[in-house]
Ligand binder design. Structure first.
Ligand code: NAP
Length: 451
């Protein structure tokens, strides 16, 4: 039976999968969903963003796999919209297009020295330890004994934890082989997590902050002066339990004398990065101290922190692609409540969900509410388009173009190979680190072999 609505979702991360779930959960709604991803693999941030030691969140993959396995859902990996297929070709074939493309680009500090070897973005560092295919970073400087992590959000905590986590613990996760090899040998003595505003204005969540207290062989160093708050900050903390919990954790650490452990994790606040110093590579970081009474004011006092690597974890933003309307200020797809402000005359078929809609905020589960909302919008407003009866199905179109589509069946072969390699080493999986390896695992001949 033909579906009432045909929807394509661009991006098979949690946001896209939750949208697919909300659209196909009730079979009586008769919606067919094609789920595209530029990677051969689904799960987006869950596979390539969530830290490998967060096993509980990672186990969500099983739930999301069940959505891919539904008869009403067709997964098509290894497809880039704007390269393999045009936006207009999607609009010609589907009643609705939902973008769930995330916020893939790291924010820039725009300060001197940012491009020096040893200065890397959290997105590159996370991609490296999470086996994002074809990711290449210069890991040499990451062997530095003193590393600064800029930003006071959960990504900064992930990065600091991965630098300092017990290597034994890491061995039983799906961390990338390349990262495991490097981290087994190198572990910094000192890691500095640096927030530009006060501790009360940090974006950490209490659970993620508290978890750092479990790091073996690591003293956590917090100076009581760094926890000074303005009256306004103190009032905000009094009204927001999450912030009060963060402050409690930080105060506990500040009052615990260090135990001379081999490694230290320092939390520093009210320090605005001003310049990364060095000639051939990072040598130090110049920071401007900010006034605790008004965190937008500089005190005029600078400090130089002797570090050999700087990892910026200052948030992510979206990127314009395939002519889709983009808001440069928010870094999101231009939309009103999830409906894209389309630049095609008379077209009202485009929607957006997840970080591409609201920016890089919220945890994986936050995408669920977003997805439910956008699915309701699609179900209530999308109308079947008039289709050319001779028009080819997307799979046929891509096949004619020689594009190698990784279907759900092929993805299951990649999955099997990764799990098999993992079992041999007592790990949940060993991720394949290049697209070529993945295509080999699902037995797709390369284009040159095919010709
Ligand atoms: P975030 O929560 O927005 O934190 C970014 C941090 O960078 C803020 O402290 C921000 O300070 C700072 N910053 C921004 N521009 C800066 C600049 N030019 N110089 C210095 N500092 C700057 O972003 P995130 O850490 O990337 O996390 C993104 C989302 O993913 C969040 O919702 C987070 O909770 C979620 N996440 C969750 C988990 C988890 O649940 N385990 C793990 C990772 C990520 P200001 O506040 O002053 O702008």
């Amino acid at each position: 039976m033909d579906a009432r609505l045909r929807v394509v979702i661009v991006g098979a991360g949690p946001a896209g999968l939750y949208a697919a779930d909300a659209l196909t959960f009730d079979v009586a709604k008769s919606v067919q969903v094609d789920l595209l991803d530029r990677l051969p693999t689904p799960f987006g941030l869950l596979r390539h963003g969530v830290a490998p030691d967060h096993l509980k969140i990672k186990s969500l993959e099983k739930v999301l796999q069940r959505i891919i396995d539904r008869p009403a859902v067709r997964f098509m990996g290894n497809i880039t919209v704007g390269k393999d297929v045009e936006r207009s070709e999607l609009l010609d074939r589907y009643d609705a297009v939902i973008y769930a493309t995330g916020a893939p680009v790291d924010r820039r500090l725009n300060i001197g020295g940012e491009n020096l070897p040893g200065s890397v973005s959290a997105s590159d560092f996370v991609a490296w330890y999470n086996a994002y295919p074809e990711c290449s970073i210069d890991i040499g400087p990451l062997s530095a004994s003193r590393v600064a992590v800029l930003g006071a959000g959960n990504v900064a905590l992930d990065v600091a934890r991965m630098l300092l986590i017990s290597r034994d613990k890491l061995k039983s996760t799906d961390v990338a082989e390349r990262a495991l090899r490097h981290l087994r040998i190198h572990k910094p003595d000192d890691v500095y997590v640096i927030g530009r505003r006060s501790a009360a204005q940090a974006k950490f969540t209490p659970k993620e902050l508290r978890e750092l207290g479990d790091l073996e062989d690591v003293d956590i160093i917090v100076s009581p002066e760094d926890l000074l708050l303005s009256d306004t900050d103190s009032n905000t903390v009094a009204q927001q339990p999450q912030l009060a919990l963060n402050m409690q954790v930080l105060h506990d650490w500040a009052s615990t004398p260090p135990k001379n452990k081999a490694h230290r994790l320092h939390f520093r606040f009210l320090l605005q990065p001003e310049r990364i110093e060095g000639e051939a590579c990072v040598r130090s970081l110049r920071l401007q101290t900010m006034d605790p009474r008004d965190t937008s004011l500089r005190t005029g006092r600078q400090i130089d922190l002797d570090v050999g690597a700087v990892i910026r974890a200052i948030g992510f933003t979206g990127q314009p692609f395939a002519g889709i309307p983009h808001d440069a200020v928010s870094g999101t797809i231009r939309n009103v409540n999830g409906r894209v402000l389309s630049d095609y005359d008379g077209v009202d078929q485009e929607f957006v969900t997840g970080w591409a809609r609201r920016g890089s905020t919220g945890v994986i589960g936050s995408n669920r509410a977003d997805a439910t909302e956008v699915a309701e919008l699609v179900l209530s407003s999308a109308k079947p388009i008039r289709r050319d009866p001779h028009q080819s199905d997307l799979l046929d179109l891509l096949g004619k173009r020689g594009v190698t589509v990784v279907t759900a069946e092929r993805w299951s072969l990649i999955d099997l190979e990764e799990r098999k390699r993992g079992t041999e080493q007592g790990r949940p999986r060993i991720k394949l680190e290049s697209t070529r390896e993945m295509l080999d695992a699902c037995r797709v001949p390369s284009r040159t072999e095919a010709h």
